[in-house]
Design a protein around this ligand. Structure first.
Ligand SMILES: *[C@@H]1O[C@H](CO)[C@@H](O)[C@H](O)[C@H]1NC(C)=O
Ligand SMILES: *[C@@H]1O[C@H](CO)[C@@H](O)[C@H](O)[C@H]1NC(C)=O
Length: 177
């Protein structure tokens, strides 16, 4: 009797730990996307428009893509989130939305330089991949948010999508290949 309730208590504690770790893991993954995206913004802002300097931008752009895919995997592997976990993720999503806005603005500002080097089509491809990866990550996270909070979650991720769309529109207008 004593042993079995001890085992049950341990099982409950283990479940609670797993659930709590999921929300935290998604927050970590979002913070990682945020820091890679900030680094991309700094790389673009520090660029002098030269060909060699564009290589670290393309590389960092890939890091952003990997970080987003990692976030999707983390969310996919997660259990249903508690309300508290969903709220902590909401904060991380708003922070990321602000960062993506800044990074997409910097990329839009650099459009003419990229076009001059005939690299605009490559940036466009990267942006499209990132947007579609980001849409998947958002969907994976929202799927784990309690139903009552899903509409709010949709509103929180919408600006991220809108920022990518703005940049994609600008790069779609280039006379690239
Ligand atoms: C995440 O799950 C969705 C829905 O089950 C699936 O379509 C998608 O391929 C998964 N993505 C990853 C990266 O595992
Ligand atoms: C960034 O946010 C501002 C204010 O909401 C908005 O006007 C602007 O279009 C956004 N830019 C991008 C690239 O998302």
């Amino acid at each position: 009797m004593y042993v079995s309730s001890l085992i049950r208590a341990a099982a409950v504690a283990a479940l609670a730990t797993t659930a709590a770790a999921d929300g935290a893991a998604i927050v970590d993954a979002l913070n990682n996307v945020d820091s890679e995206t900030q680094q991309l913004e700094q790389t673009v802002q520090g660029w002098n428009g030269g060909y060699l300097g564009s290589i670290p931008i393309v590389t960092q752009s890939l890091h952003v893509l990997y970080a987003i895919n990692d976030g999707t995997d983390t969310a996919n592997d997660s259990d249903e989130l508690t309300t508290d976990e969903a709220l902590s993720i909401a904060t991380a999503v708003s922070t990321l939305a602000t960062t993506v806005n800044g990074t997409m603005s910097a990329i839009i500002d650099a459009h003419d330089e990229f076009e001059h080097l005939l690299l605009a089509p490559i940036v466009l491809l990267d942006l499209k991949k990132q947007k579609s990866a980001s849409d998947e990550m958002s969907a994976a996270i929202i799927a784990k948010v309690p139903t009552a909070l899903q509409a709010i979650a949709q509103n929180l991720v919408a600006p991220i999508d809108a920022s990518f769309t703005q940049a994609i529109e600008v790069y779609s207008l280039s006379n690239g290949i």
